[in-house]
Design a protein around this ligand. Sequence first.
Ligand code: NAP
Length: 248
Amino acid sequence: MNIIVAADRNWGIGNQNSLLVQIPRDQKFFREMTTGKVVVMGRKTLESFPNGRPLKNRVNIVITGQKDYKVPDAIVLHSVEEALEYVKQYDTNDVFVIGGASIYEQMLPYCDVAHVTVMDYAYQADTWFPNLDKMDEFVVAADSEEKTYFDLEYCFKMYVRKSKLKEIIDFNKRYVKYLETESLKGYDVLLDIYEEGMTKDKYDKFFSLLKAEIVPLVKQIKEKNINKDPLFGKLFDVNKPDTFYEEV
Ligand SMILES: NC(=O)c1ccc[n+]([C@@H]2O[C@H](COP(=O)([O-])OP(=O)(O)OC[C@H]3O[C@@H](n4cnc5c(N)ncnc54)[C@H](OP(=O)(O)O)[C@@H]3O)[C@@H](O)[C@H]2O)c1
């Protein structure tokens, strides 16, 4: 299960039941990631949308404690447990928790991937997302170049639950073999991180390798048309693997 969120420098995500800022490219990214998928939200987030209407072309699940709450074109459930049970009928990679703060907090333990739009500004906020940089369980597995919207600098980051690094390692192992590449240095660093834990040095090294090795690797995978692999699909968007984050 995924989380998708836009957070400011202090992990602020909202103020007075509105978003802090609307960045068109971020909205496009959100649309592309969630269209045709399942979105899970709290009642207040639903009501923050234009006319309080569910999002088009998505299965909308709204969580509320109000037993008689009804919304056209949305599934209304009454607890996080009920929502977790309900989404079992879908591929977990197709489920996106879209907020707000209370739902993010309660559902984060069940999510392995968090797509975070990181905005380099401190807005006035009254709701926050848990600081993933301070959580040992999460590491950044991909990030974009810095982007700008007027004066605001922001970027896209994909945080992955550290225990999922094993899958990334298996992914590398498999494709090193398949692509007849001699070796991937990133694979060695990942293996090291997995076995011995993350340090700042390893983190920096992995990042430079990720950009140098994994992005071209993804391109090759696309050329060889093997991007239907289920593991691959879990970690990258199979429809646009070579544009991952950069072309959003
Ligand atoms: N930056 C972003 O990416 C982003 C994304 C989404 C939202 N936001 C912002 O986040 C803010 C809203 O967050 P929020 O925490 O105030 O509201 P929220 O999480 O959207 O909704 C809270 C409501 O959800 C229901 N709920 C939550 N946990 C429940 C549970 N365990 N069982 C039953 N119902 C439950 C309750 O509804 P009832 O009161 O009806 O019982 C509760 O009042 C807004 O400012 C919004 O703009 C930001």
